[in-house]
Design a protein around this ligand. Structure first.
Ligand code: SF4
Length: 361
């Protein structure tokens, strides 16, 4: 059983225990495990380019997956860039989701209960009906709000005495999301990373230079170069854009809202695609299709308007508490009721243009 966790779920507590028993000093990794060290380095380079992990996994008894994962984590911590940390966590979350579809109920239970301390049962009978799974509602709430779509809201679940009843696919989705949060929350404190030998330097330099070129690319492509536009965005949009800058995976409603909003203020399709390039699952072809669809260039030709404030509040996407203008708190923009973030944007553009005119007089 342990080999499954070491090879397929190297972030798990079972894999961590296995590594602890090996009692390896990370300073000696390039010397004693040069091939694994290079493999971890190559996987990170590949992750930066394709945001993916290799599909093939060594599941033998002596699988090196846990060690490779551990070396990658050290590199990620040393580089200390939010977007790389997010891509790393997202890639392992995706891989976990794919693998769990063919795992036994016992593996699902062991992973969720041992690593996440979740309370979980399968094959339960309630009022004559058989449900695949039940999970404590507080465990469900640790991750479901991140998924945002309506069918993840607690009110839309089958509940029974504090348990959420789930089908297998939904449980796997929750475990995958929890995997991402678990990896993100397990940063290695800087002072716990010992001084590393010189053998690390060329690898770290190469990774750092790759990171620098990615960042330069983001900056040169950013639409935020237009300061007026950037400062006029309502807090809900600013919040989502900050997430994209950190490479955090956006939930479906966040992606739709961002796309509809940006299209409605005249942002070009290319500029929107550039914003989505930091997404861990970015696929140029699919994203282009979706953005062009939203712009009315495909399908029925309907151009979508931005989500309104009530809808954004119901999705948990309203960030009125971050508004320095107080418009979102009072619910008014120049005496008019604030119903849509586009209203906020036009009001702010108007104010900022006035300010700029006054400056140039
Ligand atoms: S009130 Fe409207 S514009 Fe303001 S943060 Fe909330 S959703 Fe966005």
């Amino acid at each position: 059983m342990q080999s499954i966790f070491v090879s397929k779920f190297p972030f798990s507590k079972n894999a961590a225990e296995y590594l602890q028993n090996l009692d390896i000093d990370i300073r000696t990794l390039p010397t004693y495990f040069p091939n694994l060290f290079k493999e971890a380095f190559n996987r990170l380079l590949n992750l930066m380019e394709n945001k993916k992990l290799p599909e093939k996994i060594d599941i033998s008894l002596n699988s090196p997956e846990a060690l490779i994962y551990a070396i990658m984590r050290v590199f990620v911590e040393l580089i200390n860039e939010d977007f790389l940390r997010n891509w790393f966590a997202e890639a392992y979350s995706k891989r976990t989701e794919n693998l769990l579809h063919s795992e036994s109920p016992k593996t699902l239970i062991t992973l969720a209960s041992t690593t996440f301390d979740w309370k979980i049962y399968n094959e339960i009978q309630i009022a004559g009906r058989t449900y695949n799974w039940k999970l404590r509602f507080d465990n469900f709430l640790e991750v479901a709000p991140n998924l945002m779509a309506k069918d993840w809201k607690l009110v839309n679940q089958h509940l029974n005495k504090g348990w959420v009843l789930l089908v297998r696919e939904k449980l796997i989705r929750l475990i995958a999301e929890k995997t991402k949060l678990y990896i993100l929350n397990r940063k290695i404190p800087r002072d716990e990373i010992p001084n590393l030998p010189e053998s690390y330097t060329p690898y770290l330099n190469a990774l750092q230079s790759k990171i620098n070129s990615i960042k330069k690319n983001f900056r040169s492509q950013r639409i935020f170069s237009d300061e007026i536009n950037k400062n006029a965005y309502p807090p809900c949009i600013q919040f989502i854009l900050k997430k994209t800058e950190k490479g955090e995976n956006l939930a479906h409603p966040e992606r739709l809202f961002l796309t509809f909003f940006l299209l409605n203020i005249g942002t070009s399709i290319e500029d929107i695609l550039n914003i989505f390039k930091t997404q861990p699952d970015y696929n140029e072809e699919i994203t282009r299709y979706q953005v062009e669809f939203a712009a009315g260039k495909r399908g029925s030709g309907t151009k979508y308007t931005s989500f309104g404030c009530p809808k954004l509040i119901s999705y948990g996407l309203c960030k009125k508490e971050l508004d320095e203008m107080n418009w979102c708190i009072t619910g008014k923009v120049f005496k008019k009721v604030l119903k849509n973030p586009l209203q906020y944007y036009s009001g702010k553009i108007f104010l900022l243009s006035l300010k700029q005119e006054n400056k140039s007089k």
